[in-house]
Design a protein around this ligand. Structure first.
Ligand SMILES: Nc1nc2c(ncn2[C@@H]2O[C@H](COP(=O)(O)OP(=O)(O)OP(=O)(O)O)[C@@H](O)[C@H]2O)c(=O)[nH]1
Length: 397
């Protein structure tokens, strides 16, 4: 599951990325640790089931802190975006390449309005324009891929009687579009079954719906520490009108807190509403941290960075953390590790889907599953719930 950070220059993207991927963890040998400078490991946080049932976990593919699971996710700092990226302006190509991989986007905007559309300092620039411009860039990009061979392509669909949703999804596999995505978008626009009858406007409307489904996004109203309440409230309202969740953030504050925590000065769990000083600070450090407490944590309840990440994973992508175990009484794997693994499953996924996620062989030999919290056997079509602990029973292999 990959989350992309997007936005025009100078809004605090690099700061957000640095903060989001800076976690002091012991083990970091996930498959995607350091592939590229702009790819990092970030963590979604969720209450750990042990907090509820009173156990001590031995996490193998996630981290655990004071009753909280830190679940690794891949984060991509998408190359700088300027108007016209779809026409290869600026880092256009790189931008679109990075974007291809992302399942959800975090759009960072400067809520103070002090950066213009190219990322230059200015007196006032309306950040709402940035929301619209990003949508447009992505729409133009998807549109250009479809438009390239549209006449030939639509005729072929008609002549050969191809399934429209399948054919379009095949054209767009490169950007991670599934047939299900296409079906959902088609359902929204209600266009003719015959694509040769689609006008360019129809195609554009379809693309817009598809983008909302395939590249869903959440907005981080960054530099909130330097913005007025009115500016923040306005952008939340304007975002909502357009169907977006907007979270005020201070990426700079989060980065400072995580650095201080890593250096052992403070106890701070990402997303927390406060921190505890655990090592003597000099005057300057103390002043800096006091300011963060007063101007950010007390004002907003947190720096917002972790909330954005969590919302992207749990609300926007609708994933639920699920813990598979082999022994449903001790909640262990075959080696005695308590709740060793967590998997993020799509809402609506079933125990069989979980079995496949653990291992293809386990999926193939799946017989039934047991809910380890209730010790009850659960049905084929049971929808996995947040923090479920599941034992999978399979045929002997
Ligand atoms: N007040 C405030 N300033 C911030 C915050 N986040 C970033 N900044 C400042 O904004 C400026 C730009 O931050 P960057 O993280 O470099 O922005 P960027 O979007 O990555 O910019 P490019 O690398 O040019 O694409 C820097 O001076 C940061 O210190 C924040 O939360 N609050």
């Amino acid at each position: 599951m990959e989350v992309g950070i997007v936005g025009k220059p100078n809004v605090g993207k690099s700061t957000f990325f640095a903060a989001a991927t800076l976690v002091d963890v012991q083990i970091a040998n996930y498959p995607f640790t350091t592939i590229d400078a702009n790819i990092g490991v970030s963590y979604a946080t969720a209450v750990h089931p042990c907090k509820e049932i009173g156990c001590v976990p031995n996490p193998q593919n996630y981290e655990y802190r004071n009753g909280v699971s830190l679940i690794p996710i891949k984060m991509i700092d998408v190359a700088g975006l300027v108007p016209g990226a779809h026409e290869r302006r600026g880092l256009g190509n790189k931008f679109l390449d990075d974007l291809r991989m992302a399942s959800a986007l975090i759009h960072i905007i400067d809520v103070t309005g002090k950066t213009d559309v190219e990322g230059q300092p200015t007196e006032y620039h309306d950040p709402v324009e940035d929301i619209e411009f990003l949508e447009k860039e992505i729409d133009y990009w998807i549109h250009s891929i479809l438009k390239k061979n549209w006449d030939k392509f639509s005729k072929r669909i008609k002549l050969q009687g191809l399934k429209l949703s399948k054919a379009i999804a095949e054209q767009l596999t490169g950007i991670g579009v599934s047939e299900e995505d296409v079906l959902q978008a088609l359902h929204k626009v209600e266009l003719s079954d015959d694509p040769t009858k689609w006008s360019d406007n129809d195609l554009f409307n379809f693309v817009r719906e598809l983008r909302k489904i395939n590249k869903p996004l959440i907005i981080a109203a960054n530099k909130a520490d330097a913005a007025s309440d009115e500016d923040i409230e306005r952008i939340i309202k304007e975002g909502k009108k357009r169907g977006y969740t907007v979270i005020p953030t201070s990426a700079a504050a989060e980065l400072t807190l995580r650095k201080a925590a890593n250096a052992g000065y403070i106890d701070y769990i990402p997303g927390a509403k406060d921190f505890k000083v655990i090592k003597p600070l000099n005057e300057k450090q103390k002043h800096g941290l006091d300011l963060i407490r007063e101007k950010v944590l007390d004002r907003f309840g947190s720096t917002g960075v972790q909330e954005v990440i969590n919302r992207a994973i749990f609300d926007i992508l609708q994933l639920v953390p699920v813990y598979p175990v082999e022994d449903e009484h001790k909640l262990t794997d075959q080696f005695g590790n308590v709740l060793p693994h967590v998997f993020l499953m799509k809402k609506g996924a079933t125990p069989r889907d979980l079995a496949y996620k653990v291992h293809t062989d386990l999926g193939k030999s799946f017989l039934y599953a047991v809910n380890a919290k209730t010790h009850r056997r659960i049905g084929e079509d049971y929808e996995l719930q947040y923090n479920d602990i599941i034992k999978i029973v399979a045929t002997a292999r």
